[in-house]
Design a binder for this molecule. Structure first.
Ligand SMILES: [Zn+2]
Length: 245
């Protein structure tokens, strides 16, 4: 059956000499595997349109539970700004690989929108690290290890929160505090905002550098400790980030 389906390419796998299998995340059908016959050859007009994080309408011969066949692609947004900047490409690559891991564990339709909105905002020039961290924080809920931001992780106390600890996995109140690293109130408040904010509504971001770095460090450690995910491109991203700064 011929269909036109909106989606974003998560992974691409070479097939034979000049073909490619692309996995496309879609809002309505989950992930669709599509065979792009001949798309790797230099003269094929679909060559440049079958790269990772291509956001488009895919015209396909749809086959349920089998590889569909690629017919044509209409680009919705080619994320020109991202593709012209090595640092932004690294961010987009990382969140694409992360999204691929998340959808393996949870088929919620909301994941598509979160991922798409972050790509759009990064392409609009908003801070890629903040957006990546917001996405990481929101994805934790879909991995079943969402951050509990309601009260102290040990006793449930909603008041007198003194810090948040990635190893213990949440807030710690005055009564339960032992010797965990103190994270500033500003960072704690901002972490909560990251969790609540609707990505679509972000138009400007103004957060101090130390808060941004604290949150990034917190999330990296929390991911290591609680998700069991290892995303290769995050290492590369951190290296690029250090070079650029
Ligand atoms: Zn407590």
């Amino acid at each position: 059956m011929i269909k036109k389906i909106e989606g974003i390419i998560l992974t691409t796998t070479p097939y034979g000499d000049n073909s490619k299998i692309i996995n496309v995340l879609t809002p309505d059908y989950g992930i669709i595997g599509i065979m792009g016959k001949g798309v790797k050859s230099i003269r094929n007009p679909l060559r440049a349109k079958t790269e990772k994080f291509t956001y488009a309408y895919f015209h396909i011969d749809y086959k349920e539970n089998k590889l569909s066949k690629l017919i044509d692609i209409d680009i919705i947004d080619n994320f020109k700004k991202i593709r012209s900047d090595i640092e932004l490409i690294s961010y987009a690559t990382y969140i694409t690989e992360l999204t691929n891991q998340i959808v393996k564990q949870n088929d919620s339709e909301e994941i598509y929108d979160l991922y798409k909105d972050v790509l759009i905002k990064i392409n609009n020039g908003l801070n890629p690290l903040i957006l990546t961290n917001i996405l990481e924080l929101k994805y934790l809920d879909y991995l079943g290890v969402g951050l509990n931001l309601e009260g102290c992780i040990k006793c449930g106390n909603k008041k007198d929160i003194v810090t948040i600890d990635p190893d213990i996995g949440g807030y710690i109140c005055k009564n339960c505090y032992l010797n965990e690293k103190i994270i500033s109130t500003k960072t704690i408040v901002m972490l909560r905002k990251y969790h609540l904010i609707d990505i679509k509504n972000i138009s400007t971001i103004n957060i101090s550098k130390d808060v941004i770095e604290d949150i990034n460090a917190f999330l990296s450690r929390y991911y290591e400790r609680y998700t069991g995910l290892y995303i290769k491109s995050k290492d590369f991203l951190n290296k690029i980030k250090d070079i650029v700064e």
